[in-house]
Ligand binder design. Structure first.
Ligand code: IMP
Length: 189
């Protein structure tokens, strides 16, 4: 583990500023307020990356809802999905007959989201939708709907605002692209 990295020095360029993300939350919050009016959904945060987006998004939703968390493992080495997904920490709530809204940081291949949606549907939820901050649509290799998203993003590895590299850099207040030398440094360890 290399210590002393200044988090603002690890970014090549910014993709989404704090204002951009705030605008996404306001727009999506208004849409979700309309679509979930009168429904009392169960909002499920996908740990750990979605918590930053979730807390800002739900405060833009004028809908009474309950909150739960689900942690499933997807990435083996920090970059590529291993394809093997398992539940690390399960939901506390019973989802039977509930309208469930999964909050994700980013949907990449779609494997993680498909796993979560299938699991929740199998347990008898009335509806299961997803709101993701970012959508790497071009990388999708399974058929799964990202029902709401803040913005599309290309095939670059992004960190910040919940998104991590080796479980670091989640606390950057914006989303940016990692400098290639940072990736090299840790990959050579
Ligand atoms: P998927 O199963 O391939 O769709 O992967 C989804 C998960 O991979 C996300 O919830 C993130 O944790 C992680 N992920 C995918 N792309 C990125 C990225 O660019 N930066 C950080 N994490 C990513």
């Amino acid at each position: 583990m290399v210590k002393g990295d200044n988090i603002n020095d690890i970014i090549d360029h910014k993709l989404f500023s704090e204002d951009d993300i705030h605008e996404m939350c306001v727009r999506l919050g208004a849409q979700l307020t309309k679509d979930y009016a009168g429904k009392r959904p169960l909002v499920v945060g996908a740990l750990k990356g979605a918590i930053y987006f979730l807390t800002d998004l739900t405060r833009q939703m004028d809908v009474a809802h309950q909150l739960d968390f689900l942690d499933v493992s997807s990435y083996g080495d920090g970059f590529e999905s291993t394809g093997k997904i398992k539940v690390v920490t399960d939901l506390a709530a019973d989802v039977k007959d509930r309208d469930v809204l999964i909050i994700e940081d980013i949907v990449d291949t779609g494997l993680t989201l498909k796993f979560m949606k299938d699991l929740i549907k199998k347990r008898g939820a009335k509806s299961v939708k997803c709101c993701a901050m970012l959508n790497k649509e071009a990388r999708r290799n399974v058929d799964v709907d990202v029902d709401y998203f803040g913005s599309k993003v290309g095939n670059e590895f992004v960190v910040g605002y919940g998104l991590d590299f080796l479980n670091m850099y989640r606390n950057l207040p914006y989303v940016g692209v990692l400098k290639p030398e940072v990736i090299q440094k840790y990959m050579n360890k």
